[in-house]
Design a protein around this ligand. Structure first.
Ligand code: ATP
Ligand code: MG
Length: 682
């Protein structure tokens, strides 16, 4: 019954897992939610659970559907499953890819000519915009340019469709959600309405229509529903915090009245709210999937304690993760005069972190917006460092892939056979022995073929080629040559690298300038947390004091979030000192320090009551935020406050160890405690 699975001893799959992970892998509870912070092994648990249940005979891997949200994450899931011996048996994919495969099958079975997939949405929307002059009268020339406008309207349409909001309900829906569109909402509503109408008239479907259609047919066509539910009986979803209402509805439809569902996610990494995602499906799992069980993981296996401290300082309410990795260097922050100087400095830093024999792919450069990638790519090119930008120069544009596709197209064999032939032929091609990139590309294509074969019960070459052209065109799988990866924070989710460079950490990018509401700013903070937690060993942060936008040079300010990282650096450096001091080894380096650090620093009896009051406030605040006390404020800073007794914000800012971030966050509480402990006058 286990199909193409290498038999594995189930116990072997549990080796090295901690107790909570083991529980998450083996529990019979369903539906199951695994809730845990970044790098705690959620994806690992998901894949091991599939493999474990397969190995114990509890499921047939060919009946598993493992869902995620990006093509890249899907290809990572499938390679992790392969490494566990499941080879190509398990269907993995994005919601879109799976829905599309199912619809294609239905269209073929029922003889319906498939509609055309609209994948250049912004261009289509641009043609539907009213002429400039009719938009805002004489001030039209100061309005946004058509491309920006089309982009913003497209965002609104995508948000609305993800939330299952029709054009007629759009205006009410944004008000109810507190959403502040970047375009005139009335205009967005009008264009959205025309968009739907035009699309239908031309028999086009967009990506969201695929989800909607698939769900609708499951609801109204029992035979189709039964076929899908027969094919996929065990559902798994990674990164579940990013599900939107449309995806959730489709997931419910796939599941039917069954409960074999396992979701894993982290509410602190919810970064697609702007796009319509809703982390409540994860947060309130019990409500949406009654009777569900939850397993929580708390150990972090990815990042050094220094990187975790920075992450926890940026998002103090994140689940408190226990570090398992050895100490590493503290994160660094560098400021450069211009964006091009920043790009050059990063290229140099990438080289400095690339000892002979190391892999370039152990480093990534992450930025907030796509536009920031270009100058960095240019600097890397100039220094001869191989790099890869997600989304650019797609797999399907590579010459060797084009050649292989031409051959495939001519093949009359069933897809599986055609893929097997291709695999054999590749092994015999001497030209590929010296072209690792081309070989890796072809291997990636074959893998995609197997992915598709898992999704379609009677896969054909034609079906695969059509699916490939429509779903993979702009996306690249990651199996390519050794190269530094360039990506946006969003695209980096779920991934990890030993060395991570975060560039352009400036106001306007981090947080992004259009984030104004509390909810939007909270999402920006989570996004930064996601970026930091990609790093295993080293985190290098940079920002530039000026940046070119077109032909203009604009002065920049550093990201306010850097204050938190800086503080974490200072605190971890200090606690490292304390640890060293407490250890028995003689520490000559520390013998001439300014003051003893291990002992309670507040000295005079007059200062002591205030100092103790501050400490108990800090303990409370640390508990509430689930962070170690020193992340709130260090003992030495509390002692300084007790000594200086600041009466207002300005004098509080004079206290060493208190920066604007700390003053904003804790100033009010501190000043209240100081006022309550006014010294008694004789
Ligand atoms: P994210 O929230 O970023 O998606 P995650 O919770 O999915 O992270 P994983 O990617 O599964 O975390 O795991 C992070 C890293 O820790 C991976 O390299 C994984 O192999 C490793 N890891 C997880 N659990 C263990 C373990 N018990 N022993 C050793 N390594 C582990
Ligand atoms: Mg993960």
């Amino acid at each position: 019954m286990l199909g193409k699975v290498t038999p594995v001893n189930p116990e072997q799959l549990l080796v090295g897992l901690n107790d909570a992970q083991r529980e998450a892998v083996t529990t019979a509870a369903a539906p199951l939610r695994v809730l845990a912070g970044a790098g705690s092994g959620k994806t690992r648990v998901l894949t091991h659970r599939v493999a474990y249940r397969a190995a114990t005979g509890d499921l047939d891997p060919r009946r598993v559907l493992a869902l995620t949200f990006t093509r890249k994450a899907a290809s990572q899931l499938s390679s992790r499953l392969r490494n566990l011996g499941l080879r190509d048996a398990v269907a993995t994919g994005t919601f879109h890819a799976v829905a599309y495969a199912q619809l294609r099958r239905r269209w073929a079975d029922t003889g319906i000519t498939p509609p055309t997939l609209l994948d250049r949405k912004v261009g289509f929307v641009a043609r539907l915009l009213p002429p400039r002059s009719s938009r805002s009268g004489s001030s039209a020339s100061r309005g946004p340019d058509p491309a920006t406008l089309a982009f913003a309207v497209t965002s609104e349409i995508e948000w609305a469709k993800a939330r299952q909001v029709t054009p007629a309900r759009y205006l009410d829906a944004i008000e109810a959600a507190g959403r502040k569109p970047l375009v005139d909402p009335e205009l967005a509503a009008r264009v959205y309405e025309r968009y739907e109408r035009e699309k239908q008239a031309q028999r086009l479907v967009d990506f969201d229509d695929l989800l909607h259609l698939c769900r609708r047919h499951i609801d109204d066509d029992p035979q189709f529903a039964e076929a899908q539910r027969w094919q996929f009986r065990h559902l798994f979803v990674d990164e579940f915090q990013d599900a939107n209402p449309l995806q959730h509805a489709l997931l419910r439809a796939w599941l039917g009245d069954r409960n074999d569902l396992c979701v894993v996610g982290d509410p602190n990494q919810a970064i697609y709210g702007w796009n319509g995602a809703d982390s409540r499906y994860l947060d309130d799992f019990d409500r949406y999937f009654p009777g569900g069980a939850t397993v929580r993981l708390v150990q972090n296996y990815r990042s050094s304690p220094q990187i975790l401290a920075a992450a926890n300082a940026v998002l103090p309410r994140s689940s408190q993760l226990i570090a398992n990795r050895p100490d590493g260097p503290p994160p660094s922050i560098r400021v450069l005069p211009t964006d091009s100087a920043e790009a050059a400095a990063i290229a140099q830093a990438v080289r400095d972190h690339h000892p002979p024999g190391a892999r370039w792919s152990s480093q990534a450069i992450l930025v907030r917006t796509n536009a920031q990638l270009a100058p960095i790519a240019e600097a890397l090119r100039a220094s001869g460092i191989p790099f890869r930008v997600r989304g650019a120069g797609g797999l399907l544009d590579q010459p060797e892939i084009k050649a292989v596709l031409r051959e495939l197209r001519r093949s009359a064999a069933p897809l599986q056979t055609a893929l097997a032939d291709l695999d054999l032929a590749v092994g015999e091609r001497s030209d590929l022995a010296h072209n690792a990139d081309a070989a890796a590309n072809i291997a990636a294509l074959i893998r995609l073929g197997h992915d598709y074969a898992c999704l379609d019960p009677s896969p054909t070459v034609t079906g695969f080629l059509a699916w490939l052209a429509d779903t993979v065109r702009a996306d690249q799988p990651d199996e390519q040559g050794d190269a530094v990866e360039l990506a946006t924070f969003h695209a980096a989710k779920g991934l990890e690298w030993p060395v991570v460079h975060l560039a352009g950490l400036e106001m306007g990018f981090v947080p992004i300038s259009h984030a104004t509401t509390a909810a939007e700013l909270a999402e920006e903070r989570r996004l930064f947390y996601v970026a930091i937690t990609r790093a295993e060993r080293e985190l290098l942060c940079t920002w530039a004091e000026s940046r070119m936008f077109g032909s203009r040079t604009t002065p920049r300010e550093r990201s306010p979030y850097l204050d938190d990282i800086e503080l974490a650096i200072a605190n971890t450096a200090e606690s490292a000192d304390i640890d060293q001091r407490r250890s028995r080894r003689p520490v000559a380096r520390n013998q001439h320090r300014r003051e003893p650090v291990g002992a309670t620093p507040a000295a005079t009896s007059e200062e002591r009551p205030l100092f103790e009051a501050l400490r108990s406030w800090r303990a409370e605040a640390a508990r509430a935020a689930s962070v170690p006390p020193y992340v709130i404020l260090h003992d030495r800073t509390l002692a300084e406050i007790a000594r200086a007794r600041p009466g207002d914000r300005v004098s509080l800012l004079d206290v060493p160890g208190i920066g604007p971030a700390k003053a904003n966050r804790f100033g009010e509480a501190i000043l209240r405690i100081v006022a309550a402990h006014a010294p008694e006058r004789a």
